[in-house]
Design a protein around this ligand. Structure first.
Ligand SMILES: Nc1ncnc2c1ncn2[C@@H]1O[C@H](COP(=O)(O)OP(=O)(O)OP(=O)(O)O)[C@@H](O)[C@H]1O
Ligand SMILES: [Mg+2]
Length: 293
C-alpha cells in the first residue's frame, strides 16, 4: 500500500512540468495526508444495458482525489464497460457521473479528456514504424492541437523534444528513444503507451489491465511505473493480477455481474467471503500466492 509519508506531491517530476502539477499535486497530497474526504470522481446509479442485458448495474463509485483506486472482478463483471462509461465512449442507460465537481454525464470523450480525465490507450496509439521519441512527440503535438505551420517552428520542435525526453525518462525508456517503437519488447511498449497518455497531462488516469500478458519482470516494472505516474494524480486501475492490486491500490471496488459486491482496502476485500466466492472457478482468486507471489 502507499505510504502517504512517501508522497511528496511532485517528486520525480521534471522541473519544466513541476509548475503545472503543483496545485493538483498538493491537493492530492493534502487529501491523502489529512484524510479529507475529497472525491474527484463519483457516479450515481450508473447503469448500462445492451439490448436488455445489464452489463453495469446501479454502480455508485467514489474515487478519492490522489488515490490509486482498483476496479476488480471476474471476467465479464463490467469493468471495461465502466471505463467506457466514465470516459464517455459509451452513453449510460441511466445514472450520472461527476468529475472534479462537474456533471460530465452528457459530455463527449474529447471534452472529458480536455478536463484531464484520460484513459490510457484511448487517444494514444503506438506507431510501430517511427521512433519511440517521435511517438511521444506526436502525442504532445496532438495534446496541443498543433497544425503543420505550428510544427515548422524550430523552437517548438525543440521544446517538444525536451518534454518528450522527460516523459521517456519518467517511464524508463530513455535508452530506447531512437529505437523504432515496433522493436520494443511488449512490456516496454505498454510503458510507451503510458508515456503517450501522460503527454495529455492527465489529472486522473484510467488504466485498463496495464500488465495483461506481461512477464514477471515487466509486471514489477509497471507497478513501479504506475506508482511513479500516480504522484500528483488520481489513478483508476482495472487489473486481474492481484499482486499488482495489493501492491498499488489504496481502495478497491469489486464488481460482479455489473454490481458492486464489496469495497475497501486489499485486506478487507480479500478477506470477504463473498468476494472469494465470486472469484472461485473464474480467476486465480485471492489465494496468498496470487496476492503476494
Ligand atoms: N457492446 C456490447 N454489446 C453487448 N454486450 C456487451 C458489450 N460490451 C460488453 N458487453 C457485455 O457486458 C459484460 C461486461 O463486459 P466487460 O467487457 O465490461 O467486462 P470486464 O469486467 O471488462 O471483463 P474482462 O475482465 O474479461 O475484461 C459482458 O457480459 C460482455 O459480454
Ligand atoms: Mg475488460
Amino acid at each position: 500500500m502507499n505510504d502517504p509519508a512517501a508522497w511528496p506531491p511532485c517528486a520525480g517530476l521534471k522541473p519544466g512540468r513541476r509548475q503545472k502539477r503543483t496545485t493538483a499535486g498538493n491537493k492530492a497530497w493534502l487529501g491523502r495526508r489529512s484524510g479529507v474526504s475529497d472525491a474527484i470522481l463519483e457516479t450515481e446509479g450508473l447503469t448500462k444495458e445492451f439490448r436488455g442485458f445489464v452489463a453495469v448495474a446501479d454502480v455508485a463509485l467514489r474515487v478519492r482525489r490522489g488515490s490509486i483506486h482498483g476496479l476488480i472482478g471476474p471476467n465479464g463483471a463490467g469493468k471495461t464497460t465502466c471505463f467506457n462509461l466514465l470516459t464517455k465512449f459509451l452513453p449510460p442507460s441511466r445514472g450520472s457521473i461527476r468529475y472534479d465537481g462537474r456533471d460530465i454525464t452528457g459530455m463527449k470523450p474529447a471534452e472529458v479528456a480536455r478536463l484531464g480525465l484520460v484513459r490510457s490507450f484511448q487517444i494514444s496509439a503506438v506507431f510501430p514504424h517511427i521512433s519511440v521519441l517521435e511517438n511521444v512527440r506526436i502525442a504532445l503535438q496532438r495534446a496541443r492541437g498543433g497544425s503543420f505551420d505550428f510544427w515548422r517552428s524550430e523552437a517548438v520542435l525543440r521544446e517538444f523534444d525536451a518534454r518528450a525526453m522527460a516523459l521517456l525518462e519518467d517511464v524508463g525508456l530513455t535508452s530506447y528513444a531512437r529505437h523504432n517503437a515496433g522493436e520494443l519488447p511488449y512490456g516496454r511498449k505498454r510503458a510507451l503507451e503510458i508515456a503517450t497518455t501522460l503527454a495529455l497531462d492527465p489529472v486522473m488516469l484510467l488504466l485498463d489491465e496495464p500488465t495483461a500478458g506481461m512477464t514477471h519482470d515487466d509486471v514489477d516494472r509497471i507497478i513501479a511505473l504506475v506508482r511513479r505516474v500516480a504522484q500528483g494524480r488520481t489513478v483508476l486501475l482495472v487489473e486481474h493480477n492481484l499482486k499488482v492490486v495489493a501492491g498499488l491500490c489504496d481502495t478497491i471496488t469489486v464488481l460482479t455481474r455489473g454490481r458492486v459486491l464489496a469495497e475497501g482496502d486489499y485486506a478487507a476485500v480479500s478477506g470477504n467471503p463473498e468476494v472469494q466466492a465470486a472469484y472461485l472457478g473464474t480467476d486465480p482468486g485471492f489465494s496468498g500466492e496470487a496476492a503476494h507471489g
